[in-house]
Ligand binder design. Structure first.
Ligand code: CA
Length: 68
C-alpha cells in the first residue's frame, strides 16, 4: 500500500512538472469567469445565463465555493 502511495505521488509530481506553470490542474467549481475566485461576479454570470448556459447546479456550486 505504501508503495502505491509513493507511485501516485511520483506520478503527480511528473504531471505537475509537465504542466509547466503554477496554474492548478483543476479549475475551481463555480468559477465561471476563470479568475480562480468564486464571488458575486460568477453568480451574476450564472444568473445571466440561467436556463441557457447554466442551471441550478451551477448556482449550487457557486454558493458552495463562494468566497474561495
Ligand atoms: Ca470567478
Amino acid at each position: 500500500m505504501q508503495k502505491l502511495a509513493e507511485t501516485i505521488k511520483a506520478y503527480r509530481g511528473w504531471a505537475w512538472s509537465d504542466g509547466g506553470g503554477p496554474t492548478p490542474p483543476l479549475t475551481l467549481a463555480g468559477d465561471l469567469n476563470g479568475d480562480n475566485h468564486v464571488d458575486i461576479a460568477d453568480l451574476r454570470i450564472a444568473i445571466a445565463g440561467f436556463s441557457n448556459l447554466y442551471n441550478i447546479y451551477s448556482i449550487s456550486e457557486i454558493i458552495g465555493n463562494f468566497g474561495k
